[in-house]
Ligand binder design. Structure first.
Ligand SMILES: Cc1cc2nc3c(=O)[nH]c(=O)nc-3n(C[C@H](O)[C@H](O)[C@H](O)COP(=O)(O)OP(=O)(O)OC[C@H]3O[C@@H](n4cnc5c(N)ncnc54)[C@H](O)[C@@H]3O)c2cc1C
Length: 536
């Protein structure tokens, strides 16, 4: 018989990307923190972020301009005070990262100059100024590695790696008075046992849910666990219909999640059908340089029309040395897979990239459940509206983590530690007898989400998807009630919940806006509102 394990901490932070690490490091100055990560500490979208983080550093640039650009990208659905709050707090959040040792690239200054070199700022689509701080093309890695080293060595942070949070424990679920979070049940993957974490406060920093789609640029952890857990605990969820699709992800059996930067198209690469003909000029006068959502929609249209598995990105008309110099990582990775991009076109598909919606929070990251916070891609703060402006997402992690830390600290002395929590009950479950059920349902879910709830939707496709989703939910719930947990089962249970939320949000929006396009409702409403779902 396994021992019952109960951990205890002032704050439980679930997730170790930019949001979770920033929150944990701020809180650890005054409180004890448990930091949980499902896989290795570094594995999350943060590590793979390439471009950088938006913040007004240039003297010619203004907060107003950053706000205006974000509002335009959000296509009428951003919450303006939230956008202002984020832009105004960006510089302080970046300064904190810099003080932590994150080395953003700087301009070159003449040798012997006494002047400190300013940060090198890049410009990305949708930004009217240069305002992206970056560390070459691996900004996320620099942020992740710097912060996680500090978290690992902090005396007030206990890192629990390879632990899946399963569900939140709340006063309501325990039939205790009030509506407050008490902790969480967590699955220790190495010991294969469920343990309990008791905490005064809990923060979800679990990232997005793009893994609900067959093709995604996200790492495997992006299964929407935090959104599903919050929903099951009574929190509202909003704007799940707005999932950003990146137009060009490598299509290859041995290379999941490999993104092909938009800079390839910026440097002249063409998109071609399988027969070699170009198609972007038929869709937009900017052709391959049209915005992300237009390019993704055009590729999706051509793939569905032709019944083809992918289209092709072709830069072979540029000199080989130019390609190798500008895109060394892509050249190397493709060559490893047998594709010489200087000589042949690259097979690509669009891929789910970013979850704009999520758990509803206020300006401090506080959710509907007392003591529960949601920070980063898991949250819906109102910043992104119907479409995310490039490089605003890491910024959101930093700004809201700092705000949440302040809010939690101001209440620490007032909130007692919850009394003892019941241990996880495994008496009714046995070892899984048919893993194939999980594998099959995984595949089915991601495929119908891709085909019916992907880049282009219709009322009929959404109805079909909902029917399948409800069926899968019943089957998975039954399986969950009878068998011991595993990573695949826990993720599948969350993904099917998130899929339902995406479909229901998409069905409620009777217009096309930003990242949501429904052929039965192609126009925009005059007074759009966020889609808010309330659990029963
Ligand atoms: C390829 C790529 C490039 C990108 N480029 C940029 C860019 O240039 N600029 C930008 O601003 N944004 C970019 N983004 C988006 C940005 O990286 C993410 O939005 C951001 O990193 C999310 O951070 P996070 O802390 O919320 O979540 P993540 O970094 O995804 O971390 C999630 C954490 O939660 C943990 N977790 C999840 N579920 C559980 C569970 N059940 N139990 C325990 N732990 C759990 C995971 O283990 C992980 O530690 C990019 C994204 C991708 C995929």
């Amino acid at each position: 018989m396994k021992q019952v394990v109960e951990h205890q901490s002032d704050v439980l932070v679930i997730g170790s990307g930019a949001a979770g690490l920033t929150l944990a490091l701020h809180l650890a100055e005054k409180s004890k923190v448990i930091l949980l990560s499902k896989g290795p500490l570094s594995e999350g979208s943060t590590y793979y972020a390439q471009g950088g983080i938006a913040s007004v550093f240039d003297e010619e640039d203004t907060i107003e301009s950053h706000v205006a650009d974000t509002l335009v990208a959000g296509a009428g659905l951003c919450d303006e005070p939230v956008v202002k709050f984020t832009a105004e707090n960006a510089k302080a959040a970046m300064q904190w990262l810099i003080n932590c040792g994150v080395a953003f690239d700087k301009e070159e200054v003449p040798a012997g100059s006494k002047k400190e070199a300013p940060y090198h700022l890049t410009r990305e689509g949708g930004h009217s100024h240069r305002r992206i701080l970056h560390a070459a093309d691996a900004t996320g890695k620099e942020v992740q590695v710097t912060l996680q080293d500090q978290a690992r060595n902090h005396p007030n942070i206990l890192v629990l790696e390879r632990y899946n949070a399963i569900d939140l424990i709340t006063t309501r679920k325990l039939s205790r008075p009030g509506n407050r979070v008490q902790g969480a049940y967590v699955w220790n993957r190495d010991e294969e046992q469920v343990e309990t974490v008791k905490a005064r406060f809990v923060a979800l920093a679990t990232g997005g849910s793009s893994k609900v789609y067959q093709y995604t640029s996200n790492p495997d952890i992006a299964s929407g666990d935090g959104i599903a857990m919050a929903w099951r605990s009574g929190c509202r969820v909003a704007n799940m219909e707005f999932n950003q699709f990146h137009p060009t992800c490598l299509y290859h059996v041995d290379a999941r999640n490999f993104l092909l930067t938009e800079a390839l198209r910026g440097e002249g690469a063409y998109l071609r059908r399988p027969d070699g003909s170009r198609f972007m000029p038929d869709f937009d006068e900017r052709a391959e340089l049209a915005p992300r959502d237009i390019v993704a929609r055009a590729i999706d249209y051509e793939m569905k029309r032709l019944g083809s598995d992918c289209v092709y990105l072709d830069i072979t008309h540029k000199p080989a040395d130019f390609i190798i110099k500008h895109f060394p990582t892509i050249y190397k990775r493709c060559l490893e897979l047998g594709i010489d991009i200087t000589k042949e076109p690259i097979p690509v598909v669009p891929a789910a990239h970013y979850t704009c919606g999520g758990v509803m929070t206020d300006l401090h990251g506080q959710t509907d459940l007392n003591g529960l916070y949601a920070i980063g891609e898991v949250a819906y703060t109102g910043l992104h509206g119907a479409n995310r402006l490039a490089s605003n997402s890491l910024l959101e992690c930093l700004v809201f983590a700092r705000a949440a830390a302040e809010d939690i600290e101001s209440q620490l002395g007032k909130i007692p530690m919850p009394s003892s929590l019941p241990a996880w009950d495994e008496s009714q479950v046995s070892n899984s007898d048919e893993e194939v059920v999980i594998a099959h349902n995984w595949h089915e879910l991601r495929l119908f989400m891709w085909d019916y709830v992907g880049i282009v939707r219709s009322d009929k496709r959404l109805e079909r998807a909902l029917r399948r989703c409800v069926m899968l939910q019943q089957e998975i719930q039954e399986y969950y009630s009878n068998f011991k947990v595993s990573n695949n089962l826990l993720e599948l249970r969350n993904l099917v919940q998130v899929a339902e939320l995406i479909i229901r949000c998409a069905m409620e929006r009777k217009e096309s806006r930003g990242l949501h396009y429904n052929i039965d409702h192609p126009n925009k409403d005059e007074s759009p509102k966020p889609t808010i779902l309330q659990p029963d």
